[in-house]
Design a protein around this ligand. Structure first.
Ligand code: SF4
Ligand code: SF4
Length: 112
């Protein structure tokens, strides 16, 4: 029977099976990455968000879930304007986090 809609594919992530080494390395260099509360202020302020889906909140979540391709795509959309850093209620230097992730990605070739 056609109901006119389908069930969405599961978005469950088996955390025991994903590679979170990049996120752990990021937290070692930038401990602030662990203090994100996911409030979304950075996403709401982001200049690139509306057209590209860039979001520091989403970037950190994707790193924790091993979604490396999503992270890579977001990195190419950031303009490094720094607006997200100005609004973060936890005082996280989000711009520096993005730059650090970019540097980590330089060494990640072949892992994604
Ligand atoms: S504004 Fe700061 S605390 Fe809020 S989601 Fe973005 S990085 Fe996390
Ligand atoms: S630095 Fe990047 S993520 Fe932050 S507001 Fe600017 S474009 Fe968005």
């Amino acid at each position: 029977m056609d109901f006119g809609f389908n069930l969405s594919p599961s978005s469950a992530v088996e955390l025991d099976k994903v590679d979170t080494s990049l996120f752990r390395e990021l937290c070692r260099i930038e401990p602030g990455a662990r203090t994100c509360i996911g409030c979304g202020s950075c996403s709401a302020t982001c200049t690139a968000s509306e057209h590209s889906g860039m979001s520091v909140r989403k970037l950190l979540l994707s790193l924790q879930r091993g979604k490396m391709r999503d992270v890579e795509k977001m990195l190419t959309c950031c303009m490094l304007c720094g607006k997200c850093t100005m609004v973060c209620p936890r005082g996280i230097n989000t711009r520096r986090i993005i730059l650090t992730v970019c540097r980590l990605y330089e060494n990640v070739e072949g892992r994604i």
